[in-house]
Design a protein around this ligand. Structure first.
Ligand code: NAD
Length: 441
């Protein structure tokens, strides 16, 4: 089979590379010339564990190509994926201008039957708009080429994207014809061998599934953050409560960790977009509005603890930050809670020294030289009045606290991810604050 993937970002690059990995002939297309030039030399635009090696291997074998030329890329393609961004517009709805521009381009250049698949996260009704754009372009050309549209939302997690793609919990595909279902079954066959299911449904249901999934996950996080805040007020320990409820199979242990709020390129924008879709159609998403409110407030919880500890006197204090990306194992800084926390610290007059294993380059785009960037986690601590754990990278989990104590001016840790043990830290003389457990518990 021959496929084209249009949009070579986090989703498009992983999608294209994983299809090439199972022997499919893939062209990844992007409008960003520099990105494509770099990819041709094996330089990746993103950090994703294992991806660089997989890109090189498949590019060397000639199964994975990179181009800025849409016409060339979609020539004779059985399937064309649209994997461009769908950022939030000013009113919170998903901005479809990139998706529809690609659809138009496909209509202007396609030469044979193909299935045009939206992999970007798009609201219900988008596949119909994609179809209309393509039809319009074909009409303009005065040609009659058959095609189908399909919706194939992506569920990969940044930081574990390759595994998620190669061994998916499920593949959701919305189709409106048997022919499209056959093509998509053939395409995904290599991924189904070990019992990973493909779920076919109508296109609107597939489009909705992605929003429902992300909104459910965001709800779990905000719910747990709400419970954590109440635990703290009431003198309960959220870690114990989490274990207590997680052992109920109906609830489960996953995704019920309290923290400093969800971020990233997906949850915030998808929750917003679903609220907006509902409102446009006369329905009020009450739960999701609360999920958003809790999340906004949660991003300030760690700063509030710092501020309280220093009795509001933060002027000139040096804060060490461990972790900048919105979660571990990615360099993605989009909507990262670290940005909110750092802004609050800077506003209060703090000096900030931050370390992240891979996200510093990305962070500099937003934070510039308003903070200093340490070359390792220990350099960030020198003379710090406090350490804030913002992203739970594995290498932060078990530091030598005696070394930390020697480097820092004051022994205070504010842990936004609950990765340390309060008792152990108090034994080595640290003041320790985390989420959902009172410091004196
Ligand atoms: P991204 O910003 O990393 O990548 C988008 C790419 O599309 C960019 O490289 C951009 O240059 C390119 N592009 C824009 N317009 C183009 C055009 N006309 N032709 C060719 N290329 C064009 O975005 P992403 O994180 O990969 O997300 C893409 C979509 O997938 C979004 O809808 C997102 O919601 C969804 N999604 C993302 C994730 C994730 O973890 N990042 C997971 C699931 C779904």
């Amino acid at each position: 089979m021959k496929i084209a993937v249009v949009g070579t970002g986090y989703v498009g690059l992983v999608t294209g590379t994983c299809f090439a990995e199972v022997g499919i002939d893939v062209t990844c297309i992007d409008i960003d010339q520099k990105k494509i030039d770099n990819l041709k030399q094996g330089i990746l635009p993103i950090y994703e564990p294992g991806l660089e090696e997989m890109v090189s291997r498949n590019a060397e074998k000639g199964r994975l190509q990179f181009s800025t030329n849409l016409a060339e890329g979609i020539h004779d393609a059985d399937v064309a994926f649209i994997a461009v961004g769908t950022p939030p517009g000013e009113d919170g709805s998903a901005d479809l201008k990139y998706v529809l521009a690609v659809a138009r381009g496909i209509g202007e250049h396609m030469n044979s039957y193909g299935v045009i698949v939206t992999k970007s996260t798009v609201p219900v009704g988008t596949a119909a708009k994609v179809r209309a754009e393509i039809e319009k372009a074909l009409e303009k050309r005065g040609v009659d080429i058959e095609f189908d549209v399909a919706s194939n939302p992506e569920f990969l997690k940044e930081g574990a994207a390759i595994d998620d793609f190669l061994k998916p919990d499920r593949i959701v595909v919305g189709v409106a014809s048997e022919r499209a279902e056959e093509v998509m079954t053939k395409l995904y066959k290599p991924f189904l061998l070990n019992g990973h299911p493909i779920i076919f449904m109508d296109i609107p249901s597939a489009e909705m599934t992605k929003y429902a999934a992300n909104s459910m996950l965001a709800t779990k996080i905000s719910f747990m953050n709400d419970i954590a805040n109440l635990c703290e007020i009431m003198g309960a320990d959220v870690n114990k409560v989490r274990q207590g409820i997680g052992s109920d199979a109906r609830i489960g242990t996953k995704f019920i960790y309290p923290g400093i709020g969800y971020g990233g390129s997906c949850f915030p924008k998808d929750v917003k977009a679903l609220i907006k879709t509902a409102a446009e159609n006369g329905y009020d998403m009450q739960v999701l509005k609360a999920v958003e409110n809790v999340n906004e407030a949660q991003k300030s919880v760690l700063f509030d603890k710092v501020n309280k500890h220093f009795a509001g006197d933060l002027q000139g204090k040096k804060m060490a930050i461990w972790g900048l990306s919105f979660k571990p194992k990615t360099d993605d800084m989009r909507e990262a809670p670290s940005l909110v926390i750092i802004e609050r610290l800077l506003e209060a007059g703090c000096k900030v020294s931050a370390y992240d294993p891979v996200a510093i380059k990305e962070a500099k785009h937003t934070l510039g030289d308003r903070i200093t960037y340490a070359k390792d986690q220990f350099e960030a601590l020198i003379d710090a009045d406090a350490l804030l754990i913002v992203t739970e990278w594995p290498e932060f989990r078990s530091p030598n606290f005696e070394v930390l104590g020697r480097l820092m001016k004051q022994k205070a840790i504010f842990d936004g991810r609950n990765i340390y043990d309060a008792k152990e830290l108090s034994e080595v003389g640290f003041t320790y604050h985390c989420i959902g457990i009172r410091a004196d518990h």
